[in-house]
Design a protein around this ligand. Structure first.
Ligand code: DGL
Length: 267
């Protein structure tokens, strides 16, 4: 770990399996406009959501080690699947603070609901019952219905978020949750906020949507404490494959061209 005095110049590492974590990156950049960020998207190995917990833990460890070697002062696991599989292990193994996205999302859900929370997430997150455990730890009386929505990931990665295909897929995934009477819907995968408009159209105004990106950014801001930062910090983007595709999707999503894009190999 580098000395505390250099903390202002050291970036915060943000990691996801692909482009989804950009939803968290964007909120952290908004909440902490003076902090340099380094974003790592493991585009060579996306999706994580269909892989076993042991494989996701291995990928998350490799990504964390890569970012630590670049001197990050804090790690944000901007992926629910990787948070579910690797958060406690990385918190134990690393000497920097490690923040995941599940607990901040669970807190926001409990604030919004009057009783029944729906969670859409990857198969891995649903299998781990990550949100059920996190929400029940805060309020044991809340009913939680978790459901996998794996096709949302390629739709987001393809830039197909606002198409009729996405709408039809959203109807198939969300109608059972609407019928079950949810009043709050957690977007339990960082790719899903990219489809937020489509999801909102399907669930209607009576269901509150929770996107953990904002609450995670707030958690990061509190955990960071005082930091001088710098004006106009240089953000870096790292991907493990298909950099031009990432550049295009990230540019559309962040609404500006990204600079400093590098391809890296994790091991
Ligand atoms: N963005 C990831 C998440 O929050 C998962 C997408 C994937 O790789 O399956 O779970």
């Amino acid at each position: 770990m580098q000395p505390k005095s250099s903390n202002g110049a050291r970036p915060i590492g943000v990691f996801d399996s692909g482009v989804g974590g950009l939803t968290v990156f964007r909120e952290i950049a908004r909440a902490l406009p003076r902090e340099p960020l380094v974003y790592l998207g493991d585009s060579a190995r996306v999706p994580y959501g269909t892989k076993s917990p042991a494989t996701v833990l291995r990928y998350a460890r490799e990504a964390a080690q890569h970012l630590v070697a670049r001197g990050v002062k804090m790690l944000v696991i901007a992926c629910n699947t990787a948070t579910a599989a690797a958060l406690p292990t990385l918190q134990q193994e690393l000497s920097i603070p490690v923040i995941g996205v599940v607990e901040p999302g669970a807190r926001a859900a409990v604030q919004h609901t009057s009783g029944v929370v729906g969670v859409i997430a990857t198969e891995g997150t649903v299998r781990a019952k990550a949100y059920t455990h996190a929400i029940r730890a805060i309020d044991p009386d809340v009913e939680v219905i978790e459901s996998a929505a794996p096709l949302f990931v390629p739709l987001a990665e393809e830039g197909w978020a606002n198409t009729h295909v996405a709408r039809e897929v959203a109807e198939i995934y969300l109608e059972p949750l609407i019928d079950a009477g949810i009043d709050t819907l957690v977007l339990g995968c960082t790719h899903y906020p990219i489809l937020r408009g489509t999801i909102e159209q399907v669930v209607g105004g009576a269901v509150a949507i929770v996107d953990s990106a904002e609450t995670t950014a707030e958690t990061v801001r509190r955990a960071l404490g005082a930091s001088a930062g710098m004006s106009d910090p240089p953000h870096q983007f790292l991907v493990t494959d298909a950099e031009e595709r990432f550049r295009r999707i990230a540019g559309e999503f962040l609404e500006h061209e990204i600079e400093h894009l590098e391809i890296v190999t994790l091991s």
